[in-house]
Write a protein that binds this ligand. Structure first.
Ligand SMILES: *Cc1c(COP(=O)(O)O)cnc(C)c1O
Length: 393
Protein backbone atom coordinates (compact mmCIF):
# COMPACT_ATOMS: atom_id res chain seq x y z
CA UNK A 1 0.00 0.00 0.00
CA UNK A 2 2.15 2.86 1.24
CA UNK A 3 5.32 2.14 -0.70
CA UNK A 4 6.60 5.62 0.06
CA UNK A 5 8.21 6.27 3.43
CA UNK A 6 6.74 9.76 3.43
CA UNK A 7 4.18 10.01 6.24
CA UNK A 8 0.58 10.45 5.21
CA UNK A 9 -1.77 12.81 7.00
CA UNK A 10 -4.35 10.08 6.38
CA UNK A 11 -3.07 6.77 4.97
CA UNK A 12 -5.13 4.71 2.51
CA UNK A 13 -5.02 1.86 5.02
CA UNK A 14 -3.62 1.65 8.57
CA UNK A 15 -2.82 -1.93 9.50
CA UNK A 16 -0.65 -0.84 12.44
CA UNK A 17 -3.71 0.62 14.17
CA UNK A 18 -5.49 -2.72 13.79
CA UNK A 19 -2.54 -4.68 15.13
CA UNK A 20 -2.14 -2.36 18.14
CA UNK A 21 -5.76 -3.00 19.11
CA UNK A 22 -5.46 -6.81 19.08
CA UNK A 23 -1.77 -7.36 19.86
CA UNK A 24 -2.58 -9.05 23.19
CA UNK A 25 -4.65 -11.67 21.39
CA UNK A 26 -2.38 -12.15 18.39
CA UNK A 27 1.04 -12.45 19.98
CA UNK A 28 0.23 -15.53 22.16
CA UNK A 29 -1.23 -17.54 19.25
CA UNK A 30 1.85 -16.84 17.14
CA UNK A 31 4.01 -17.92 20.06
CA UNK A 32 1.92 -21.11 20.41
CA UNK A 33 2.41 -22.04 16.75
CA UNK A 34 6.14 -21.48 17.12
CA UNK A 35 6.22 -23.66 20.22
CA UNK A 36 4.29 -26.39 18.39
CA UNK A 37 6.66 -26.22 15.36
CA UNK A 38 3.66 -27.37 13.32
CA UNK A 39 3.74 -24.90 10.45
CA UNK A 40 1.96 -26.37 7.43
CA UNK A 41 -1.77 -27.21 7.38
CA UNK A 42 -2.67 -29.00 10.65
CA UNK A 43 -5.16 -28.05 13.38
CA UNK A 44 -4.97 -24.25 13.08
CA UNK A 45 -5.70 -24.51 9.35
CA UNK A 46 -8.57 -26.98 9.75
CA UNK A 47 -9.94 -24.81 12.57
CA UNK A 48 -9.93 -21.75 10.31
CA UNK A 49 -11.48 -23.75 7.46
CA UNK A 50 -14.38 -24.83 9.67
CA UNK A 51 -14.89 -21.32 11.06
CA UNK A 52 -14.86 -19.54 7.70
CA UNK A 53 -17.19 -22.17 6.20
CA UNK A 54 -19.62 -21.69 9.08
CA UNK A 55 -19.36 -17.91 8.76
CA UNK A 56 -20.28 -18.16 5.07
CA UNK A 57 -23.03 -20.70 5.72
CA UNK A 58 -21.46 -23.52 3.68
CA UNK A 59 -20.25 -27.03 4.49
CA UNK A 60 -16.60 -26.81 3.40
CA UNK A 61 -13.63 -24.47 3.49
CA UNK A 62 -10.26 -25.38 1.98
CA UNK A 63 -7.35 -23.14 2.89
CA UNK A 64 -4.66 -22.38 0.35
CA UNK A 65 -1.74 -20.05 -0.24
CA UNK A 66 -3.55 -17.02 -1.71
CA UNK A 67 -6.74 -15.71 -3.25
CA UNK A 68 -5.18 -16.14 -6.68
CA UNK A 69 -4.58 -19.82 -5.93
CA UNK A 70 -8.12 -20.17 -4.56
CA UNK A 71 -9.35 -19.11 -8.01
CA UNK A 72 -6.89 -21.32 -9.87
CA UNK A 73 -7.55 -24.39 -7.69
CA UNK A 74 -11.31 -23.91 -8.11
CA UNK A 75 -11.03 -23.73 -11.89
CA UNK A 76 -8.77 -26.79 -11.96
CA UNK A 77 -11.23 -28.71 -9.76
CA UNK A 78 -13.97 -27.78 -12.24
CA UNK A 79 -11.91 -29.22 -15.09
CA UNK A 80 -11.40 -25.86 -16.77
CA UNK A 81 -8.60 -25.97 -19.32
CA UNK A 82 -7.79 -25.44 -23.00
CA UNK A 83 -10.85 -25.11 -25.21
CA UNK A 84 -13.03 -23.80 -22.36
CA UNK A 85 -14.39 -20.26 -21.98
CA UNK A 86 -14.93 -18.56 -18.63
CA UNK A 87 -17.03 -15.42 -18.36
CA UNK A 88 -15.93 -12.63 -16.05
CA UNK A 89 -15.58 -8.85 -15.73
CA UNK A 90 -12.68 -6.82 -17.14
CA UNK A 91 -12.88 -4.39 -14.19
CA UNK A 92 -11.26 -6.36 -11.37
CA UNK A 93 -7.90 -7.29 -9.92
CA UNK A 94 -5.74 -9.12 -12.45
CA UNK A 95 -5.91 -12.49 -10.68
CA UNK A 96 -9.54 -13.03 -11.68
CA UNK A 97 -8.68 -13.32 -15.37
CA UNK A 98 -5.08 -14.40 -14.79
CA UNK A 99 -6.27 -17.59 -13.10
CA UNK A 100 -8.47 -18.40 -16.11
CA UNK A 101 -5.57 -17.84 -18.49
CA UNK A 102 -3.24 -20.01 -16.38
CA UNK A 103 -5.52 -23.03 -16.89
CA UNK A 104 -5.28 -22.59 -20.66
CA UNK A 105 -8.91 -21.49 -20.88
CA UNK A 106 -10.09 -18.24 -22.47
CA UNK A 107 -11.38 -15.33 -20.39
CA UNK A 108 -14.53 -13.87 -21.97
CA UNK A 109 -15.30 -10.42 -20.65
CA UNK A 110 -18.71 -8.88 -19.97
CA UNK A 111 -18.95 -5.18 -19.14
CA UNK A 112 -19.92 -3.84 -15.71
CA UNK A 113 -22.91 -1.91 -14.41
CA UNK A 114 -21.66 1.63 -13.96
CA UNK A 115 -23.38 2.12 -10.57
CA UNK A 116 -21.92 -0.87 -8.70
CA UNK A 117 -18.88 -1.67 -10.89
CA UNK A 118 -19.97 -5.32 -10.82
CA UNK A 119 -20.55 -7.53 -13.87
CA UNK A 120 -23.78 -6.64 -15.69
CA UNK A 121 -25.87 -9.78 -15.24
CA UNK A 122 -28.17 -8.77 -18.11
CA UNK A 123 -25.29 -9.00 -20.61
CA UNK A 124 -23.99 -12.43 -19.59
CA UNK A 125 -26.30 -14.52 -21.74
CA UNK A 126 -25.02 -12.89 -24.95
CA UNK A 127 -21.48 -13.97 -24.09
CA UNK A 128 -22.33 -17.66 -23.62
CA UNK A 129 -21.11 -20.09 -26.32
CA UNK A 130 -21.01 -23.88 -26.52
CA UNK A 131 -17.53 -23.67 -24.88
CA UNK A 132 -18.61 -21.68 -21.83
CA UNK A 133 -18.29 -23.64 -18.60
CA UNK A 134 -17.96 -21.17 -15.72
CA UNK A 135 -19.01 -17.63 -14.75
CA UNK A 136 -16.84 -15.71 -12.27
CA UNK A 137 -18.71 -12.72 -10.83
CA UNK A 138 -16.50 -10.49 -8.66
CA UNK A 139 -18.00 -8.82 -5.59
CA UNK A 140 -16.02 -5.68 -6.22
CA UNK A 141 -15.01 -3.26 -3.45
CA UNK A 142 -17.09 -5.26 -0.93
CA UNK A 143 -20.51 -5.33 -2.59
CA UNK A 144 -22.07 -8.54 -3.93
CA UNK A 145 -22.78 -8.87 -7.64
CA UNK A 146 -26.40 -9.43 -8.75
CA UNK A 147 -26.32 -13.11 -7.88
CA UNK A 148 -29.96 -14.16 -8.44
CA UNK A 149 -29.97 -13.35 -12.18
CA UNK A 150 -26.44 -14.73 -12.50
CA UNK A 151 -27.43 -18.06 -10.92
CA UNK A 152 -30.54 -18.09 -13.08
CA UNK A 153 -28.64 -17.75 -16.35
CA UNK A 154 -26.08 -20.31 -15.11
CA UNK A 155 -28.86 -22.79 -14.34
CA UNK A 156 -30.47 -22.25 -17.73
CA UNK A 157 -27.19 -23.04 -19.51
CA UNK A 158 -25.74 -25.66 -17.15
CA UNK A 159 -22.83 -23.45 -16.05
CA UNK A 160 -20.95 -23.31 -12.74
CA UNK A 161 -20.64 -20.05 -10.80
CA UNK A 162 -17.38 -19.32 -8.98
CA UNK A 163 -17.61 -16.21 -6.79
CA UNK A 164 -14.49 -14.06 -6.60
CA UNK A 165 -15.22 -12.95 -3.04
CA UNK A 166 -11.68 -11.71 -2.34
CA UNK A 167 -12.90 -8.22 -1.42
CA UNK A 168 -16.20 -9.16 0.14
CA UNK A 169 -16.00 -11.45 3.17
CA UNK A 170 -19.04 -10.68 5.34
CA UNK A 171 -20.98 -8.98 2.54
CA UNK A 172 -24.44 -10.34 1.84
CA UNK A 173 -26.97 -10.42 -0.96
CA UNK A 174 -30.69 -10.82 -0.17
CA UNK A 175 -29.69 -11.86 3.36
CA UNK A 176 -27.20 -14.55 2.28
CA UNK A 177 -23.45 -14.16 2.70
CA UNK A 178 -20.91 -14.17 -0.09
CA UNK A 179 -18.98 -17.40 -0.18
CA UNK A 180 -22.25 -19.32 -0.19
CA UNK A 181 -24.07 -17.71 -3.12
CA UNK A 182 -22.46 -19.55 -6.04
CA UNK A 183 -21.31 -23.16 -6.45
CA UNK A 184 -17.94 -22.30 -4.98
CA UNK A 185 -16.05 -19.20 -3.93
CA UNK A 186 -12.54 -17.86 -3.67
CA UNK A 187 -11.42 -15.70 -0.75
CA UNK A 188 -8.16 -13.83 -0.30
CA UNK A 189 -6.64 -13.06 3.09
CA UNK A 190 -4.05 -10.70 1.65
CA UNK A 191 -3.24 -8.14 4.37
CA UNK A 192 -5.33 -5.34 2.81
CA UNK A 193 -8.51 -7.43 2.55
CA UNK A 194 -11.21 -7.08 5.21
CA UNK A 195 -9.89 -10.26 6.85
CA UNK A 196 -6.16 -10.10 6.27
CA UNK A 197 -3.30 -12.30 7.42
CA UNK A 198 0.32 -11.45 8.15
CA UNK A 199 1.24 -12.56 4.65
CA UNK A 200 -0.48 -14.38 1.79
CA UNK A 201 -3.38 -16.74 2.37
CA UNK A 202 -6.64 -17.75 0.71
CA UNK A 203 -9.57 -20.15 0.87
CA UNK A 204 -12.13 -21.91 -1.29
CA UNK A 205 -15.60 -22.35 0.19
CA UNK A 206 -18.31 -24.63 -1.17
CA UNK A 207 -21.24 -26.85 -0.24
CA UNK A 208 -20.11 -29.44 -2.78
CA UNK A 209 -18.15 -32.18 -1.02
CA UNK A 210 -16.59 -33.59 -4.18
CA UNK A 211 -15.31 -30.16 -5.24
CA UNK A 212 -13.94 -29.50 -1.75
CA UNK A 213 -12.05 -32.80 -1.81
CA UNK A 214 -10.71 -32.07 -5.25
CA UNK A 215 -9.45 -28.61 -4.20
CA UNK A 216 -7.90 -30.11 -1.05
CA UNK A 217 -6.06 -32.67 -3.18
CA UNK A 218 -4.93 -30.23 -5.85
CA UNK A 219 -3.33 -27.93 -3.23
CA UNK A 220 -0.98 -30.80 -2.27
CA UNK A 221 0.10 -31.82 -5.79
CA UNK A 222 -3.00 -33.94 -6.35
CA UNK A 223 -1.87 -36.32 -3.63
CA UNK A 224 -4.20 -38.68 -1.74
CA UNK A 225 -3.17 -40.60 0.26
CA UNK A 226 0.42 -39.54 0.88
CA UNK A 227 2.68 -40.07 -2.16
CA UNK A 228 -0.14 -41.35 -4.39
CA UNK A 229 -0.90 -38.86 -7.17
CA UNK A 230 -4.02 -39.25 -9.28
CA UNK A 231 -3.82 -35.85 -10.90
CA UNK A 232 -1.22 -33.09 -11.16
CA UNK A 233 -1.84 -30.26 -8.73
CA UNK A 234 0.70 -27.89 -7.26
CA UNK A 235 1.81 -26.65 -3.86
CA UNK A 236 -0.67 -24.19 -2.42
CA UNK A 237 -0.68 -25.13 1.26
CA UNK A 238 -1.83 -22.66 3.91
CA UNK A 239 0.49 -22.22 6.86
CA UNK A 240 -0.48 -22.42 10.51
CA UNK A 241 0.86 -18.97 11.46
CA UNK A 242 -1.51 -17.32 8.97
CA UNK A 243 -4.41 -19.49 10.10
CA UNK A 244 -3.78 -18.68 13.77
CA UNK A 245 -3.72 -14.93 13.06
CA UNK A 246 -6.81 -15.16 10.87
CA UNK A 247 -8.77 -17.08 13.51
CA UNK A 248 -8.17 -14.27 15.99
CA UNK A 249 -9.10 -11.64 13.41
CA UNK A 250 -12.25 -13.49 12.33
CA UNK A 251 -13.64 -12.91 15.83
CA UNK A 252 -13.36 -9.16 15.20
CA UNK A 253 -14.61 -9.13 11.64
CA UNK A 254 -18.22 -8.24 12.44
CA UNK A 255 -17.27 -5.21 14.51
CA UNK A 256 -14.72 -4.09 11.91
CA UNK A 257 -17.35 -4.42 9.20
CA UNK A 258 -19.76 -2.25 11.18
CA UNK A 259 -17.05 0.36 11.61
CA UNK A 260 -16.30 0.36 7.88
CA UNK A 261 -20.01 0.90 7.22
CA UNK A 262 -20.13 3.71 9.78
CA UNK A 263 -17.12 5.31 8.10
CA UNK A 264 -18.89 5.02 4.73
CA UNK A 265 -22.03 6.69 6.15
CA UNK A 266 -19.87 9.42 7.66
CA UNK A 267 -18.19 10.07 4.30
CA UNK A 268 -21.64 10.43 2.71
CA UNK A 269 -22.75 12.86 5.41
CA UNK A 270 -19.57 14.91 5.18
CA UNK A 271 -19.79 15.14 1.38
CA UNK A 272 -23.41 16.26 1.67
CA UNK A 273 -22.63 18.80 4.39
CA UNK A 274 -19.84 20.19 2.22
CA UNK A 275 -22.29 20.64 -0.66
CA UNK A 276 -20.31 18.19 -2.78
CA UNK A 277 -23.25 16.64 -4.52
CA UNK A 278 -23.78 14.46 -7.53
CA UNK A 279 -22.82 16.83 -10.30
CA UNK A 280 -19.36 17.14 -8.75
CA UNK A 281 -18.67 13.70 -7.41
CA UNK A 282 -20.39 10.30 -7.44
CA UNK A 283 -20.33 8.35 -4.18
CA UNK A 284 -20.64 4.55 -3.92
CA UNK A 285 -24.13 3.09 -4.38
CA UNK A 286 -25.35 0.34 -2.06
CA UNK A 287 -28.04 -1.63 -3.86
CA UNK A 288 -31.22 -2.52 -1.95
CA UNK A 289 -30.81 -6.08 -0.67
CA UNK A 290 -27.03 -5.70 -0.51
CA UNK A 291 -24.94 -5.45 2.63
CA UNK A 292 -21.78 -3.68 1.47
CA UNK A 293 -18.62 -4.24 3.51
CA UNK A 294 -16.56 -1.41 1.99
CA UNK A 295 -13.22 -3.01 1.35
CA UNK A 296 -12.90 0.23 -0.60
CA UNK A 297 -14.84 3.49 -0.63
CA UNK A 298 -14.61 4.44 -4.29
CA UNK A 299 -15.67 7.85 -5.59
CA UNK A 300 -15.94 8.97 -9.16
CA UNK A 301 -15.19 12.27 -10.87
CA UNK A 302 -15.22 12.93 -14.61
CA UNK A 303 -11.98 12.60 -16.55
CA UNK A 304 -9.60 14.41 -16.66
CA UNK A 305 -10.37 15.66 -13.13
CA UNK A 306 -9.58 12.29 -11.58
CA UNK A 307 -5.87 12.47 -12.27
CA UNK A 308 -5.68 16.07 -11.11
CA UNK A 309 -7.63 15.18 -7.96
CA UNK A 310 -5.19 12.36 -7.39
CA UNK A 311 -2.26 14.81 -7.57
CA UNK A 312 -4.05 17.27 -5.28
CA UNK A 313 -4.69 14.56 -2.66
CA UNK A 314 -1.07 13.47 -2.86
CA UNK A 315 -0.06 17.06 -2.11
CA UNK A 316 -2.48 17.02 0.86
CA UNK A 317 -0.83 13.75 2.00
CA UNK A 318 -4.08 11.81 1.69
CA UNK A 319 -3.41 8.17 0.77
CA UNK A 320 -5.50 7.09 -2.20
CA UNK A 321 -5.38 4.32 -4.76
CA UNK A 322 -6.71 3.80 -8.28
CA UNK A 323 -8.56 0.48 -8.64
CA UNK A 324 -7.92 -0.20 -11.53
CA UNK A 325 -6.24 2.12 -14.03
CA UNK A 326 -6.28 -0.35 -16.95
CA UNK A 327 -9.22 -2.69 -17.50
CA UNK A 328 -8.11 -6.25 -18.10
CA UNK A 329 -9.17 -6.46 -21.76
CA UNK A 330 -6.61 -3.74 -22.52
CA UNK A 331 -3.71 -5.31 -20.59
CA UNK A 332 -0.71 -6.06 -22.79
CA UNK A 333 -0.64 -9.73 -21.78
CA UNK A 334 -4.20 -10.23 -23.05
CA UNK A 335 -3.49 -8.74 -26.49
CA UNK A 336 -3.99 -12.23 -28.00
CA UNK A 337 -7.69 -11.90 -27.08
CA UNK A 338 -7.90 -9.14 -29.69
CA UNK A 339 -9.73 -6.46 -27.73
CA UNK A 340 -9.56 -2.74 -28.43
CA UNK A 341 -10.55 0.44 -26.61
CA UNK A 342 -14.32 0.86 -26.74
CA UNK A 343 -15.12 -2.85 -26.32
CA UNK A 344 -16.24 -2.40 -22.69
CA UNK A 345 -17.03 1.30 -22.31
CA UNK A 346 -18.34 1.20 -18.72
CA UNK A 347 -15.19 -0.54 -17.50
CA UNK A 348 -13.00 1.88 -19.43
CA UNK A 349 -14.84 4.89 -18.01
CA UNK A 350 -14.56 3.51 -14.48
CA UNK A 351 -10.83 2.99 -14.98
CA UNK A 352 -10.50 6.67 -15.97
CA UNK A 353 -12.81 8.19 -13.36
CA UNK A 354 -12.65 6.32 -10.06
CA UNK A 355 -10.48 6.82 -7.01
CA UNK A 356 -10.50 5.02 -3.64
CA UNK A 357 -10.42 7.16 -0.51
CA UNK A 358 -8.85 6.01 2.77
CA UNK A 359 -10.98 3.24 4.32
CA UNK A 360 -10.31 1.08 7.36
CA UNK A 361 -12.20 0.37 10.59
CA UNK A 362 -10.01 2.66 12.72
CA UNK A 363 -10.50 5.67 10.41
CA UNK A 364 -11.45 8.63 12.61
CA UNK A 365 -14.04 11.31 11.92
CA UNK A 366 -11.29 13.92 12.12
CA UNK A 367 -9.32 12.12 9.41
CA UNK A 368 -12.43 11.83 7.25
CA UNK A 369 -13.15 15.56 7.65
CA UNK A 370 -9.65 16.27 6.40
CA UNK A 371 -10.09 13.91 3.43
CA UNK A 372 -13.44 15.42 2.42
CA UNK A 373 -12.26 19.00 2.82
CA UNK A 374 -9.20 18.17 0.70
CA UNK A 375 -11.45 16.68 -2.01
CA UNK A 376 -13.78 19.68 -1.73
CA UNK A 377 -10.95 22.17 -2.06
CA UNK A 378 -10.17 20.62 -5.42
CA UNK A 379 -13.70 20.03 -6.72
CA UNK A 380 -14.88 23.60 -6.09
CA UNK A 381 -12.29 24.81 -8.56
CA UNK A 382 -13.62 22.50 -11.27
CA UNK A 383 -15.94 23.73 -14.00
CA UNK A 384 -19.40 22.17 -13.56
CA UNK A 385 -20.18 19.42 -16.07
CA UNK A 386 -22.92 20.47 -18.49
CA UNK A 387 -24.93 17.39 -17.53
CA UNK A 388 -25.05 18.61 -13.92
CA UNK A 389 -28.09 19.79 -12.00
CA UNK A 390 -27.76 23.30 -13.40
CA UNK A 391 -27.26 25.02 -10.06
CA UNK A 392 -26.02 28.60 -10.34
CA UNK A 393 -22.25 28.66 -10.13
C1 LIG B 1 -6.95 -9.65 -3.89
C2 LIG B 1 -7.76 -10.19 -4.98
C3 LIG B 1 -7.49 -11.42 -5.59
C4 LIG B 1 -6.23 -12.20 -5.34
O1 LIG B 1 -5.93 -12.48 -4.04
P1 LIG B 1 -4.40 -12.68 -3.59
O2 LIG B 1 -4.56 -13.21 -2.20
O3 LIG B 1 -3.73 -11.36 -3.66
O4 LIG B 1 -3.79 -13.68 -4.51
C5 LIG B 1 -8.37 -11.90 -6.54
N1 LIG B 1 -9.44 -11.19 -6.91
C6 LIG B 1 -9.74 -10.00 -6.37
C7 LIG B 1 -10.96 -9.28 -6.81
C8 LIG B 1 -8.90 -9.44 -5.41
O5 LIG B 1 -9.19 -8.25 -4.89
Amino acid sequence: MSRSTEPFAVPALDLKAQYRAIRDEIDPVIRAVIESQFFILGPEVSGLEAEVAEYCGVAHGVGCASGSDALLLSLMALGVGPGVEVITTPYTFFATAGSIWRTGARPVFVDIEPETYNIDSARIEDAITPWTKVIIPVHLFGQAAEMDPIMEVARAHGLTVLEDAAQAIGASYQGRRTGGLGHLSAFSFYPSKNLGGFGDAGMVTTDDEALARSVARLRVHGMEPKYYHHEVGFNSRLDALQAAVLRVKLRHLESWTMRRREAADRYRLLFREAGLVDDLVTLPVERPGNFHVYNQFVIRVPAPSRDRLRAHLAACRVGIEIYYPIPLHLQACFAPLGHKPGDFPHSEAAARETLALPMYPELTEEAQRYVVSSVGEFLRQQPRSSSGSGRAA
